[in-house]
Structures are given as C-alpha cells and as structure tokens.
Design a protein around this ligand. Sequence first.
Ligand SMILES: NC(=O)c1ccc[n+]([C@@H]2O[C@H](COP(=O)([O-])OP(=O)(O)OC[C@H]3O[C@@H](n4cnc5c(N)ncnc54)[C@H](O)[C@@H]3O)[C@@H](O)[C@H]2O)c1
Length: 344
Amino acid sequence: MPEIKINTASGNSRIILGEHLPDLLEYIPCENVVIVTDENIYKHYSSQFPPFPVIRIGTGEKIKNLDTVRDVYNQLITENADRSTFILGIGGGVVCDIAGFVASTFLRGLSFGYVATSLLSQVDASLGGKNGVNFNGFKNLIGIIRQPAFVLCDPNMLDTLSYREYLSGFAEIVKYAVIRDKEMFQQIEDNIDKIKKRDKDLILSLITDSINIKASIVEKDEGEQGLRRILNYGHTFGHAIEKVHDLKHGEAISIGMVMANRFCVGRGIVDQAEEHRVTNLLEKLDLYEGVVLDRNGIWEAMLLDKKKYRDKLLFVAIDQIGNGYVDEVSLEELHLFLRGVDKD
Ligand SMILES: NC(=O)c1ccc[n+]([C@@H]2O[C@H](COP(=O)([O-])OP(=O)(O)OC[C@H]3O[C@@H](n4cnc5c(N)ncnc54)[C@H](O)[C@@H]3O)[C@@H](O)[C@H]2O)c1
C-alpha cells in the first residue's frame, strides 16, 4: 500500500493510504491492544474490528473534554492496561484527539495509532501529532504533541459518512490548496460534480495531496513555531464562528476562509478576483452560504484565541491562491473589519 512518512523530533508516523479496515492487523505492532472508538463507528464497523477490548465514547465536539478522558483512563485500568498496551483510535477527529491524548498521558505515554474514518480526520485531525481536548469553553486548550505510530486511511469508510460531514472535511482540502497548491485548487474547481458524487479515485488523489502538504509542513515545524501556523488559515475567524454558531468544523472554517480573504482584499494584499474564486468554489461545494453572523459573539470568541498575544494576533493571509503566509495584525484592525463585515 502507498505510504507517506512523517518524521519528527517527537516520533515517526506511517500514513497508510487506501488500505482497508479488515487488513488492519498487519500494521499493529503488538497483541496487547485497546480500541477507542465512538458509538457511530461502533455501530457501522465493529464487526470488522480486530479482536481486542473496545472502549466506546459518545459523539460530537461536546464530549471532547477531560470528563471523557477520565472515563477512558478508568476503563483502561479495568482492562489492566500497562506500559506495553497499544491504543488504537478508530474514528473521526474527536476520537483521534481523545485517544491520542489518553495514550500520550496514561502511564506517561503509550504507543498509539489510528484508523481515521472521517474525511476531516484523514486529511487533517489524525496527522501531525496534536492531541488535545477542550477545556472551560476553550478549544484544544489542554494537549500534547506526540505522533501516532500509524494512521490508516480507508476510503471505503467514507461511504457511511453523512454528506454534510463529508463536505465539512472537504473544506480542509480546499484550505491546503489555497495556502499551498494552485494546481490542486484548479483541479478541485474542474471536478465539482465528481467531488460531490464522492468519486473514489479523485478523492484518494486529493487526500494524498493534502497529506503530503501537511506532512512536509509538520516535518519542518512540528512545534508550530513558524511555518505550521499557516495551517490555521481560515481558523482565526473559523474557530470563533464554530463556537458561536451551530456549524460543522469545516463549514465554520469555510466562512473563516472567506472572511480572511476579504480581510486581505481590504488590506490590499490579494486581488478581489482571487477572493471571488475561493468564495465561488466554496459556494459550489455547499460550504458557504448566507449565515447571519453574530459579530459580537464572534469577536468575544476571537479574544480567547490562543494565537493572540497582547494587542496582536498571528493571522494567516494569502497574497494569491497557492500562497499563504503568517502575518501579525492588530486586534483593532480585525475588530474594525468584523464590525463592517457583510451580514451574509
Ligand atoms: N488534532 C488535530 O490536529 C486536529 C486537526 C483538525 C481538527 N481536529 C479536531 O477534529 C474534530 C473534528 O473531526 P471530525 O469532523 O472528524 O468530527 P467527529 O470525530 O465528531 O466526526 C464527525 C461525525 O461523523 C461520524 N463519523 C466519523 N467517521 C464516520 C464514518 N466513516 N461513517 C459514519 N460516521 C462517521 C462521527 O461519529 C461523528 O458523529 C474537532 O474536534 C477538531 O478540533 C483536530
């Protein structure tokens, strides 16, 4: 099977592409394994799980917290987990974040791996070693960087993903294209129908391109001291929108990308034509449509952004499609922009 490697100071990961869940056993390095999954994945796929004890967690962003972590620790104790136990997370981004955090902290760190089941987790959440949970309303406030031994991406599992979750994951693929690869952006523009029909070959090729982009960035800057910050494109507004509005992660990030581009147009950094191209693409992918934004709520949420320091914020700008970079902007400028932003 094709593989992409991510080699960093904290560890190395193998990303296995196109492999199928029933063949998972060949990648697991030991026999002492505990599976962590969520109720949905258990319902769809438990018959194909390898024969190990399973810890089930609930679903949704609201359970990505220390209460769930404590429950999983307790169940690991019940299962007599020891330093030789391998934690296998099978699920979307929430399962990966919880399983990775638990594995990284239980007994000062166990080995772990993932089967990434949602498109968002295959192209983003399972990769790069960030394992964290939300705390007191702050997103991913508590966490640690540690690489999974492997990530298996089975494209067949995307068939059971709801259309809305699938498109939400696609937003991160658009993100990679906008910040790093204008040919990839063109390819997405030219294949909207195939994408909406979940054409397997095309999706696998776009997943591969996305993983390659993330892997090359993470290898250069695992700890997010510089380059890795560009992966937060669309997330300054997006995370705040996600917190305030009832939207999927990728839907909020899509609005965040449009707002970031409009902010860049206002600063004279990027042409309006480029902004329109990205907005049109997101509209065609049903990822950007009229939402009446709660500007005050979004502003308050932005003030809690982890990338804020004093009166400035590290913001990912683009000067053209295919080239994202990190810029320092004042909170005042962002506030002014937000107050004047179109209501749609
Ligand atoms: N650690 C990181 O680097 C990183 C990066 C990006 C996002 N994230 C996190 O990822 C999370 C979002 O991930 P997500 O969108 O995968 O959310 P999720 O894990 O909540 O999955 C979305 C829904 O789809 C279901 N699902 C997943 N795979 C399925 C499948 N194959 N078939 C049927 N249903 C399936 C899940 O049960 C869930 O209900 C957020 O918490 C975000 O903060 C983390």
